[in-house]
Design a protein around this ligand. Structure first.
Ligand code: TLP
Length: 342
């Protein structure tokens, strides 16, 4: 059987044998009654890691972000976010559909926005305007090529939010990567935002699930929206067990993914027809720019597929590759060779 090297996303990982064994043994109960001991254990664990009062297990990163938006806002409110954020680009317009809010996207640098940029767009108290209610940031930043949101900038944004009585939500689908790459304790990130949605099914390699953390009161409200969205699962401990295993066994190893992504970027930067600055590859995402007049992102991906390597077209002139649990040093050598050949 041909072994594909699948670099399209870190969501593609499959549970390992050890993870499956832990899932099979998980103690379960009805989580809608709050009686699944494994879900409760996961929630307590993640809340403690981020230094927050409470946590809620949800089905996906999208659900995590959206229950938070819903819990903070009223229809007609406005959420300030980066123009390239996942919330704005890849969640199917959910903020409008589910919360009736409008997004106010501003241009970040590789997804990183500044307190001063945010302050400039906060709405005055005037009936013409929507109500500015929430600031949503993303760390690491997906379309920003895995860029790390600097802690100091997050702290500045939090200070600004408090001054204007706004809330701050962090899409922390890949916050694990930021913490490992910078050596920042997760609790420090927890201190400078009101809520975080973290994914277990991306770099950490669990099959399903995200966790939202925040104050006890906030999580209680988010819980109601999870129910409204049909996200109240029953014996979900089988999934939560995979999440606990993923945090315990696949968190520290993210440094390997970062090293491999950097190596790939270094190699690609030496090849003609590809534009990439290896210094911008800070975590596990490798996004390179192509000359569309010569070969479109779709064509790049088709050609590499013939070489058994899967990549993702990522917008008009970009291609994305993501290192993850199943990508080895040898795979990186193979990918580099195939690129050179091409
Ligand atoms: N990202 C996916 C795609 O949706 C693009 C990927 O392959 O990277 N926040 C961020 C920053 C994400 O990257 C993603 C998934 C989500 C939220 C949504 O998570 P899910 O897919 O679990 O709803």
């Amino acid at each position: 059987m041909i072994q594909l090297i699948d670099l399209r996303s870190d969501t593609l990982t499959k549970p390992t044998e050890e993870m499956r064994a832990v899932m099979a043994r998980a103690e379960v109960g009805d989580d809608v009654f709050g009686e699944d001991p494994t879900v409760n254990r996961l929630q307590e664990k993640v809340a403690v890691l981020f230094g927050k009062e409470a946590a809620l297990f949800v089905a996906s990163g999208t659900m995590g972000n959206q229950v938070c938006l819903n819990a903070y806002t009223q229809p007609g409110d406005e959420v300030i976010c980066d123009y390239n954020s996942h919330i704005f680009n890849y969640e199917g317009g959910a903020p409008a559909v589910l919360s009736g809010v409008q997004l106010h996207p501003i241009p970040g640098k590789r997804g990183i926005i500044d307190a001063s940029q945010i302050e400039a767009v906060i709405r005055p108290a005037d009936h013409h305007y929507a109500h500015s209610k929430l600031i949503a940031i993303e760390n690491t930043h997906n379309r920003g090529g895995g860029a790390i949101f600097p802690l100091q900038k997050m702290q500045d944004i939090y200070k600004l939010a408090q001054k204007h009585r706004l809330k701050v939500h962090l899409d922390g689908a890949r916050i694990w990567h930021a913490a490992i790459a910078t050596g920042t304790p997760l609790s420090k990130y927890g201190k400078c935002v009101d809520s975080i949605s973290v994914c277990l099914s991306k770099g950490l390699g669990a099959p399903v699930g995200s966790v939202v953390v925040g104050s006890a009161d906030f999580i209680d409200r988010a819980h109601r929206y999870r129910k409204i969205y049909g996200g109240g699962m029953r014996q979900a401990g089988i999934l939560a067990a995979a999440g606990i295993y993923a945090i315990d066994h696949h968190y520290q190893r993210l440094a390997d993914d970062h090293r491999r992504a950097k190596q790939l970027a270094d190699e690609l930067s030496r090849l003609p027809g590809i534009e990439i600055d290896p210094a911008e590859v800070e975590t596990n995402l490798v996004i390179f720019k192509v000359d569309v007049a010569k070969r479109s992102p779709g064509n790049w991906c088709r050609l590499m597929k013939e070489e058994d390597i899967l990549m993702l077209p990522f917008g008009y002139d970009r291609v994305r590759m993501v290192t993850h649990l199943h990508i080895t040093d040898h795979d990186i050598d193979v990918v580099t060779d195939r690129f050179k050949k091409m």
